[in-house]
Design a protein around this ligand. Structure first.
Ligand SMILES: Nc1ncnc2c1ncn2[C@@H]1O[C@H](COP(=O)(O)OP(=O)(O)OP(=O)(O)O)[C@@H](O)[C@H]1O
Ligand SMILES: [Mg+2]
Length: 269
């Protein structure tokens, strides 16, 4: 796997899973081979967003070790912890148990050759995040926020986590989701329901690259619920927002790879 991109946020519900799914699809549209890993043990979304709920992945033997074979949908290799563990059980797991499940899950998936592996992270900045940073050499993180102050405050915690010397995962940039509302019948109108450019300003304040704005549109929510992500749909304005964000991310990832050494795994004791 050439590039491992973690999609993170301090706050829940800001659109990490939506951004992850459509980023993966936009990368694949550009010709890359892409995997998407849903690491949200407490609220896995990938099975719903890709319409593969209830599917069970196959196992295969690789050098004497049982490996999980990712599912494939819309040209993306998919794996979700939600396809392996019982959702009803996982919600009551405490930190250490969740962390060890994540570690095993991550190391036991046979991704094959990929240009990009997108990791849809759980919300927050807790144990599971540290476990992932110890287990996978993440190329860089993409921070998702919505424009309102309560989300920005939590986004700062996410930024701070990656700023810790011991973590050492570079931030690829920040994307502002639900940046403005656009009604389907007035596709050129923008209503700044959650405030204007909160994410953009935060990126400036923290000297992060701004990756773009994704509008709040009904088709994105519908696509997510129906298992057909926006990038597979026919709303070209929305798709272009994801394409622009993805193109900027790709440029930043290339810059990061040219300027910084590969991420080393961290030791947390
Ligand atoms: N730009 C958007 N326009 C409309 N709906 C959106 C948009 N982004 C996300 N949503 C919807 O908002 C809800 C939350 O999004 P999503 O699940 O992607 O957030 P999340 O950050 O992954 O949440 P969690 O923290 O629970 O993992 C979903 O119903 C999704 O379809
Ligand atoms: Mg999610």
């Amino acid at each position: 796997v050439k590039n491992i991109i973690a999609v993170v946020s301090g706050k829940g519900g800001v659109g990490k899973s939506t951004i992850s799914a459509n980023l993966a699809l936009a990368l694949a549209e550009g010709g890359a081979s892409v995997g998407l890993m849903d690491a949200d043990i407490y609220g896995p979304s990938v099975p719903i967003m890709f319409g593969v709920r209830g599917a069970r992945p196959m196992m295969k033997e690789v050098e004497g070790k049982g490996m999980i074979v990712p599912l494939e949908k819309f040209g993306i290799k998919l794996m979700s912890i939600g396809l392996l563990v019982d959702e009803k059980n996982a919600v009551v797991w405490r930190g250490p148990m969740a962390s060890s499940a994540i570690r095993q899950f991550v190391t036991d998936v046979d991704w094959g050759e990929l240009d990009y592996l997108v990791i849809d992270m759980p919300p927050g900045t807790g144990d599971i995040h540290l476990t992932l940073m110890q287990t996978v050499p993440v190329t860089g993180a993409i921070i998702v926020t919505t424009p309102q102050n309560v989300a920005l405050a939590d986004a700062k915690k996410g930024i701070a986590m990656f700023g810790q010397a011991q973590i050492n995962v570079p931030i690829i940039g920040l994307v502002e989701n639900m940046a403005y509302f656009t009604p389907a019948e007035l596709p050129n109108n923008k209503y700044y329901l959650f405030g204007k450019e909160g994410g953009k300003n935060l990126a400036e304040e923290y000297d992060l690259s701004f990756l773009g704005q994704i509008p709040l549109v009904q088709t994105i929510r519908e696509g997510g619920d129906e298992g057909v992500p926006a990038m597979v749909g026919s709303d070209e304005i929305t798709k272009n927002a994801f394409r622009n964000f993805t193109a900027q991310s790709v440029r930043n990832i290339a810059l990061r790879n040219a300027n910084l050494p590969q991420t080393a795994l961290i030791e947390v004791v």
